[in-house]
Ligand binder design. Structure first.
Ligand code: CO
Ligand code: CO
Ligand code: CO
Length: 307
């Protein structure tokens, strides 16, 4: 064994030979957009991401399906699975099968296996004081999908977030390996702050975020002012509150967005400042919205500070 579940890594890692470790992860979600093909893409990208965070290459995937058979048109399921399969292929992995159960609430995702050379493994526990933190997607998918569900925004206004959620973290992951990243995690259900706290090494490293450097989807700020929040946002905020300090005048509607649960969010990568700058430049050339949003500091009373 290389990394067990008690480390709060994004996936489990198991050494099978001197030069190969397998990475295993599973994730499945309820629909957050109306179009089944897009939902399939999002759910798959979301599941595969945990292999990328660990510096791995996805090799096989299995479908996990909960479907209300008899109540929902089977063509919807076919579209979801087609979306998932397209992402599996884009990731260079093979679909090996899957399992479905009858369930009143639709759910879909993947169990994914990846491989990595044990020396090349990237975990969430390698941060060093002075590292820059790069985030590779904008924030706000939870707020946007809640707004869509409540018909407060149109499908068209959802487009930007949809494009981001369906995008694999493949290019960002390949670049971070090339750049020699120290640590990585992806931003999903616990929001930026929740997942950032997994990068903190107890008693050693803390994190400082620069709020103005963080990118949000168009319209997210306005929706936050109207308190259009998914249920998970408040839970994330309450859970993280003791570890977080806001400095300066950042209004509450802005603060709240740092706790917004993300689906298929970006990678949060710790690497030396000069490498981080290079990485952001390369990602932007590929139309990927990445920025340096903070740095790793010596741990203070509050483990995470936002300025
Ligand atoms: Co993850
Ligand atoms: Co996960
Ligand atoms: Co089965």
């Amino acid at each position: 064994m290389l990394r067990s579940i008690d480390r709060l890594d994004d996936a489990g890692v198991y050494l099978i030979s001197a030069d190969t470790a397998i990475i295993q992860t599973i994730d499945f979600i309820t629909p957050i957009v109306n179009d089944p093909y897009s939902f399939g893409q999002i759910a798959a990208a979301n599941s595969i991401s945990d292999v990328y965070t660990m510096g791995g290459r996805p090799v096989t995937a299995m479908n996990v399906v909960c479907f209300p058979s008899g109540e929902m048109d089977i063509d919807i399921l076919k579209e979801i699975l087609r979306g998932g399969l397209d992402k599996i292929h884009e990731a260079g992995a093979a679909l090996m099968g899957g399992h479905s159960v009858n369930d009143p609430e639709m759910k879909y995702g993947l169990s994914v296996t990846g491989v990595v050379h044990p020396d090349k493994l990237i975990t969430n526990s390698g941060t060093r004081i002075g590292d820059s933190l790069v985030l590779t997607k904008p924030l706000g998918t939870g707020v946007m999908s809640t707004a869509l569900k409540n018909r407060l925004i149109s499908e068209k206004e959802m487009k930007e977030a949809l494009k981001s959620m369906t995008a694999l973290n493949k290019i960002a992951a390949e670049l971070m390996i090339e750049m020699g990243a120290h640590a990585c995690t992806d931003i999903t259900g616990f929001g930026l702050i929740g997942h950032a706290s997994h990068l903190i090494q107890e008693g050693e490293t803390g994190i400082e975020f620069d709020f103005s450097a963080i990118t949000f989807f168009t319209g997210v700020m306005e929706l936050s002012q109207k308190k259009v929040y998914p249920g998970g946002l408040g839970r994330n905020r309450d859970f993280c509150a003791p570890n977080v300090e806001f400095k300066g005048r950042i209004p509450e509607y802005k603060r709240n967005l740092l706790f917004d649960p993300q689906t298929s969010g970006g990678l949060l990568i710790a690497l030396p400042p000069e490498k981080a700058a290079m990485m952001v430049e390369k990602l932007r050339k590929k139309q990927i919205i990445a920025s340096i949003i903070g740095k790793v500091v010596k741990q203070a009373e509050h483990k995470i500070t936002i300025r």
